[in-house]
Design a protein around this ligand. Structure first.
Ligand SMILES: [Ca+2]
Ligand SMILES: [Ca+2]
Ligand SMILES: [Ca+2]
Ligand SMILES: [Ca+2]
Length: 258
């Protein structure tokens, strides 16, 4: 009986130390026994012969199966790393089926990030199908979230209408897109305002050059102010008809949290 137990322990040890030893056709090959198959190691750009690529004490398989990055150390998530630096983080690359280590997965001249932002598949040159896109403006936190295929792909700081001139709450859609525009009112005259996306008559999401309080406080007469680069990116990613939801509560004393 004891011998049988010993043989069993020895067999288990051998299987653990030499996982390849028992590899048979039809089984999934995991050379380093880290819970991530050799095929998936290619996908994640990890070393198929190194069980803990970033030496943080967690095996590559454990990490990716729980949405942690196998590349950047302790408790860093997949969405916090962009292996190929194309603007699309590793979690989103996986979601949209693009190559984590390649800027332009389908070689069509447009990088993965740009394709996803515009609703196109980064791993397919066909343009016949397009992912649903959606904008959500949260007045409480002064943020604008942009969704593609139901997934949040961008989070921008904004400034919405001040408490006495709040950005209207509700469900809207982009009704006009005007690259450059002048805003004139009783106490303001603002020429050369870029990237204007209308969602109600007189109400726009647009770039603002006259303040830098995005994400910190309300600032406008009801429009949604953005940083120039953020507004440009959003403008170039959307089209007429993209839905816009304005939600949350305008901070009663201008600043987030007040
Ligand atoms: Ca492996
Ligand atoms: Ca690790
Ligand atoms: Ca990337
Ligand atoms: Ca591409």
């Amino acid at each position: 009986m004891k011998d049988k137990k010993l043989i069993f322990i020895l067999l288990c040890t051998a299987l653990f130390v030499m996982p390849n030893f028992c590899y048979a056709e039809g089984e999934i090959l995991d050379s380093d026994g880290d819970g991530l198959s050799d095929d998936l190691e290619k996908f994640y750009y990890t070393d198929p012969n190194l069980a803990d690529t970033d030496h943080d004490g967690f095996l590559d398989g454990e990490e990716v199966n729980n949405d942690y990055s196998p590349h950047i150390g302790y408790k860093k998530r997949l969405h916090e790393y962009d292996y190929d630096k194309d603007g699309l983080n590793d979690w989103l690359e996986r979601w949209f089926g693009s190559d984590i280590g390649k800027l332009d997965t389908d070689d069509d001249g447009i990088n993965d990030f740009e394709e996803v932002m515009s609703g196109y598949k980064p791993n397919d040159t066909s343009t016949s199908t397009r992912f649903a896109r959606k904008i959500v403006v949260d007045r409480t936190t002064q943020r604008l979230f942009y969704y593609v295929d139901g997934v949040k792909v961008a989070n921008f700081p904004v400034s919405t209408g001040i408490p006495t001139m709040q950005t209207p709450k509700g469900e809207f859609k982009v009704t006009a897109m005007i690259p450059k525009k002048r805003y004139i009112g009783p106490d303001y005259n603002l020429p050369n305002v870029w990237w204007n996306m209308e969602f109600l008559p007189m109400y726009y999401i647009h770039a603002a050059y006259w303040h830098n309080n995005f994400g910190l406080r309300t600032e406008s007469h009801g429009c949604v102010n953005m940083r120039y680069s953020d507004a440009e990116l959003l403008y170039k990613s959307i089209d007429l008809g993209v839905p816009i939801t304005v939600t949350g509560t305008t901070p009663s004393r201008y600043y987030v949290g007040t």
